[in-house]
Ligand binder design. Structure first.
Ligand SMILES: [Zn+2]
Ligand SMILES: [Zn+2]
Length: 340
């Protein structure tokens, strides 16, 4: 079969590899769609730990082609989404229910072969059923949505809360939709890209801000800003230094900052510790998708999350390596790899 292989830092290519087979506890899944994520680009550039050679792709769904002898609850022909993050179940963090912090975490598409291929091997404990009538492309959004759900859980948004989302990529635009579902009444999204601001307003943002055209701190939290004093919850969804620094200044006293964006390892940002102390800010890291994949799949199956508008384009396996090796096109939200 064909698979997109990361062979080292800066080296990625489509290769012909052996078709895998399902072990006793595994499903063999024929990929319908697999999303290209910022993390794939970080992996290509050596900015996120991994162990090449490996087939990338951790945001996938597809159709069960074969099942192992010990599998129950799944049948050939089922549509499934895979939670790529495999926790060991035996380490102190797993025993404490914090599976995203597992000492022995192995992610499909990072530490073992993933979904930019015709087939992937998926352990049954990582598999979740999707409806047979769901659009084949929508299942690929369960993984990013699950990561956003963890951020939402940490943020403890209440009906009437005010929210700022920094970054208009897929994580930011999913977070806008979840904040709306959670009852936030003011949702401000900040991004430099006009097309993403327009999309955010369609998806539930009550206001958008172009941070390159104004002083965002003043525009949002200044005396005559959108929310004088700042917002209850800020989601940092861009993973760049400027937005990390802005996030702490946009939160109001007693507010919460949730860092969801994945930044390159080694990146530094500046903040004023006195500000955290004096204004009692809560700054929370949100890593991966612990116990949220089922809810993400249910949300997507329900149709409560707008997905089609987030799909910028679909590409073939042949085109995938070039997409990952290059920066996203302006305004692009999510590129899906759809094997033929
Ligand atoms: Zn991802
Ligand atoms: Zn563990």
């Amino acid at each position: 079969m064909r698979a997109v292989r990361l062979e080292g830092v800066g080296s990625i290519a489509l290769r012909e590899v052996g078709k895998p087979s399902a072990g006793p506890d595994d499903l063999l899944v024929r990929i319908e769609a697999c999303g290209v994520c910022g993390t794939d680009r970080h992996l290509f550039h050596g900015e996120f730990p991994c162990t090449p050679p490996v087939t990338l792709g951790h945001e996938f769904s597809g159709i069960v082609e074969a099942i192992g002898t010990a599998v129950s609850g799944f049948s050939v022909g089922d549509r499934v989404t895979g939670d790529p993050n495999i926790a060991c179940g035996r380490c102190p963090h797993c025993h404490a229910g914090r599976i995203n912090l597992c000492y022995n975490l192995i992610a499909i598409g990072i530490r073992r072969d993933g979904g930019f291929a015709e087939y992937v091997v998926l352990p049954q404990k990582q598999a979740f059923l999707l409806p047979k009538d769901l659009k084949p492309t929508h299942g690929a959004f369960c993984e990013p949505l699950g990561c956003c759900l963890h951020g939402m859980d940490l943020a403890r948004i209440k009906p009437g809360s005010s929210v700022a989302v920094l970054g208009g990529g897929v994580i930011g635009l999913l977070t806008v939709q979840l904040a709306r579902l959670a009852g936030a009444t003011t949702i401000i999204l900040s991004t430099r890209q006009a097309s993403r601001r327009a999309l955010a307003e369609e998806l539930g943002a009550t206001a958008t801000v172009d941070p390159s055209a104004c002083d965002i701190i003043d525009t949002v939290g200044g005396p005559s800003g959108l929310l004088p004093g700042g917002v209850d919850v800020v989601f940092e969804c861009a993973g760049v230094r400027e937005t990390v620094e802005q996030s702490m200044r946009l939160a109001k006293a007693g507010g919460t900052v949730v860092i969801v964006g994945v930044m390159p390892q080694g990146m530094k940002a500046e903040f004023e510790p006195f500000d955290l102390l004096f204004r009692e800010l809560k700054v929370l890291g949100s890593f991966l998708n612990p116990f949220t994949h089922r809810r993400a799949a249910d949300l997507i199956a329900s149709g409560a999350i707008e997905i089609d508008k987030l799909i910028s384009r679909q590409v073939t396996l042949e085109e995938a390596a070039a997409v990952i090796a290059n920066p996203p096109a302006p305004g692009e939200v999510k590129v899906l790899v759809v094997p033929r």
